[in-house]
Write a protein that binds this ligand. Structure first.
Ligand SMILES: C[S@@+](CC[C@H](N)C(=O)[O-])C[C@H]1O[C@@H](n2cnc3c(N)ncnc32)[C@H](O)[C@@H]1O
Length: 236
């Protein structure tokens, strides 16, 4: 069964993205942070001190994603995070199936190693690919498209191992053209919060009931605050 929750301009589905996303039809942008393909084993005693990596493996958040979910017939633009091991495939998809694309970088100010004797991931990549009519909105276009932003830690993670920072998602959403945004791997709802704050309609999908509930709570809060701002503006 697929649970559906509507909150203002947001519609959230609890279930499998690969089943639900194709049925949702066209959105102006798909903004997604899918499971990364990473090797999280090794590193001995150091690794033992990082229980978050166990969670990533237990929840299959280290197995990558099927790029068939990035479908240019279902979105005007796609913003997709990916780890090194899937980046070449993602760039090839962007090159072959979209009009233009940009490789963008989130430079983390507080990187944590995944395992010893490997590069520390102090940058994460995302690709912004678009078709005609969905060129980046251009509100914030940096020369090197680098965002230097701290990764959430502790309680700010919303009890999720890979929550994206609000500041990063706000910057991404400011550059998204159009009105409707879908995130098929919603997690705790970071894309949805940024979409609502940017005045867009949001559709999110998440399979994990705990993360889904967190997303409902965060997006309800964002919708309530956005309504309060609207009312204040009407009074002024
Ligand atoms: C990298 S996390 C996204 C985190 C999110 N950006 C945030 O800030 O909270 C990927 C999410 O996709 C979810 N997920 C993985 N496979 C899925 C699937 N097939 N359908 C729906 N959700 C899925 C996981 O439960 C996880 O919460």
């Amino acid at each position: 069964m697929i649970a559906t929750v509507r909150i203002g301009a947001a519609t959230l589905y609890m279930g499998d993205a690969y089943v639900i996303r194709p049925a949702l039809g066209f959105h102006d942008a798909d903004v997604m942070d899918p499971p990364y393909l990473i090797r999280a084993t090794g590193a001995g005693r150091y690794r033992a001190r990082r229980p978050m990596m166990d969670r990533i493996m237990d929840e299959e958040l280290h197995s990558g994603f099927d790029m068939a979910i990035v479908n240019p017939l279902l979105c005007g633009a796609a913003i997709v995070f990916a780890h090194n091991d899937q980046l070449a495939e993602l760039l090839s998809l962007a090159q072959g199936q979209f009009h233009r694309h940009a490789l963008c970088v989130w430079q983390k100010t507080n990187p944590q190693p995944i395992a010893n004797k490997h590069y520390r991931p102090d940058v994460e990549f995302y690709v912004h690919a678009w078709n005609r009519g969905y060129h980046p909105a251009g509100a914030i276009c940096d020369l090197f498209r680098v965002s230097r932003i701290t990764s959430p830690r502790g309680s700010a993670r919303f009890d999720h191992p890979t929550t994206k920072p609000d500041a990063l998602m706000a910057k991404i959403l400011a550059n998204v053209a159009g009105d409707s945004v879908c995130d098929p791997f919603m997690g705790t709802g970071s894309t949805g919060v940024a979409a609502i704050r940017a005045g867009k309609r949001f559709t999110g999908i998440e399979r994990n009931p705990d993360y889904f509930q967190t997303a409902v709570r965060r997006i309800t809060d964002a919708v309530t605050k956005a309504r309060a701002v609207d009312q204040l503006e009407q009074v002024a």
